[in-house]
Design a protein around this ligand. Structure first.
Ligand code: ATP
Ligand code: MG
Length: 419
């Protein structure tokens, strides 16, 4: 017996309708916001992520699935969704399309992490990437996309936390202030943070070690270092959120796990609902396109973990909708071929129809129809075929009605509309 690899998960047929629900709502929300889908490969040149994610991040330092392919190239499985989209944006000259260019992706994400609830080595993300606009309106629209999805999925109680981490201009002074502060407590920091202190002190604010978190809590606030334009941008984001009546909290310790953010960063956190975890994280990354080799282009987006979304929905008791079931089960007594054919005819009429293909007894077929939660059942036998009439049983009410086989599709469609 070969077991599944640690930190990975099967999506089983009896659970997949939950993901279907999420996918349907993603389709609807992206339609409402006029966002097109983009899909990029599962693996890319390692270099893309070194540059795009940043070499002082946990992702690049400890979590990437990197290997040499048979041609000796260094290849990495996507550890996040943005870098590939940026590469594609540049490579395909997508800046030629009307801006802002609004895109979304659904993808597997691979990170070598210590597996635990809501933390996998392969997880899935829905993400949004919007290129070309540098306004607070665009930031807030991105938050609204996530918020609309949560609302449609029936998830209440997620906290929106926002922060601004400024631009390279204000970050310089802030980095100095952070360095001075953390240097005074260097001996108490974890080994990784001591390295971060030299390379990128901002990263210390994202450390998961308890002691480092405690020290970081009293670090200088980035908000008091923002330059005038960044401050104005941040104030406007807050005003717009207030106007949209979206509750939020300012949290000056949010820096996000990736190096490329500028100005606005935000998270939706399941604070009071179950395990405290981030369901969605995002922000603005105005320098990333240039960093990867394109012409400067402002961008903003988010990534949302589907597994954590499902967990959160389960925790709050949100509805995943009805499990899919056949509209009609066509049982047969010695008429497997006729039932098989009639099932095809029903499907051609748009009816989800099912029949027995395992030679079951009538009793076993009825049991199966029950288990599949078919809405209607008919039994096809010699006399039904000869008379051209079947009895249709409504499985919910137990009522039976006769109809001509010729008119069966019409009958089911009409009854379904009235259920
Ligand atoms: P965390 O702080 O929990 O490690 P992160 O900052 O690394 O999260 P992002 O890189 O922003 O997360 O990814 C976006 C979203 O993807 C997260 O908010 C979360 O919902 C989900 N996610 C991230 N890592 C994992 C994982 N290992 N397993 C499952 N979901 C994940
Ligand atoms: Mg992480």
């Amino acid at each position: 017996m070969i077991n599944i690899m640690k930190g990975t998960k099967d999506l089983l047929p009896q659970e997949s309708y939950k993901w279907d629900k999420i996918e349907r709502e993603i389709k609807e929300v992206t339609r409402l916001f006029n966002i097109r889908k983009i899909a990029t490969p599962t693996f890319e040149h390692t270099e893309l992520f070194l540059r795009g994610v940043g070499d002082t991040t946990d992702i690049v330092n400890k979590e990437m699935y990197t290997f040499l392919d048979k041609g000796g190239r260094s290849v990495t499985l996507k550890p996040e969704g943005t870098a590939g989209v940026v590469r594609s944006f540049i490579e395909n000259s997508l800046s030629q399309l009307p801006q802002p260019l609004k895109m979304y992706y659904e993808t597997s994400v691979f990170r070598y992490e210590r597996p635990q609830a809501g933390r996998l080595r392969e997880h899935h993300q829905f993400g949004v990437e919007i290129y070309g606009a540098d306004t607070p309106h665009q930031d807030v629209e991105v938050m609204l996309i996530a918020k609309t999805l949560f609302d449609r999925l029936g998830i209440k109680g997620l906290e929106l936390r926002i922060n601004s981490i400024g631009c390279p201009t204000c970050r310089k002074d802030y980095n100095e202030a952070l360095k001075a502060y953390f240097a005074s407590r260097e001996s108490e920091l974890c080994q990784t943070c001591r390295e971060r202190l030299i390379k990128n002190p901002l990263r210390i604010l994202d450390c998961k070690e308890e002691k480092c978190k405690e020290i970081a809590a009293n670090a200088p606030s980035v908000l008091s270092y923002l330059c005038d334009p960044c401050r104005a941008h941040h104030e406007k984001v807050k005003n717009l959120l207030t106007e949209e009546e979206i509750p939020f909290e300012e949290d000056d310790k949010i820096v996000r796990g990736l190096d490329y953010y500028t100005k606005t960063v935000f998270e939706f956190v399941a604070g009071n609902i179950g395990a405290k975890s981030t369901v969605c994280g995002g922000g603005r990354y105005n320098n990333l396109v240039e960093e990867i080799g394109g012409k400067p282009c402002p961008a903003v987006g988010f990534g949302m973990g589907i597994e954590r979304l499902v967990l959160t929905m389960e925790t709050v008791g949100a509805s995943f909708g009805e499990e899919p079931s056949p509209d009609l089960f066509i049982a047969n007594i010695g008429a497997a071929d006729e039932a098989f054919r009639l099932t095809s005819v029903m499907r051609a009429h748009g009816i989800a129809a099912e029949c027995d293909v395992m030679g079951r007894s009538l009793k076993a077929q009825m049991k199966l129809s029950d288990k599949l939660k078919a809405k209607f059942t008919v039994v096809l036998g010699e006399s039904e075929i000869a008379g051209g009439v079947v009895k249709v049983k409504n499985m919910k009410t137990g009522e039976e009605e006769e109809t001509a086989i010729e008119r069966l599709a019409e009958y089911i469609i009409q009854k379904k509309a009235n259920v």
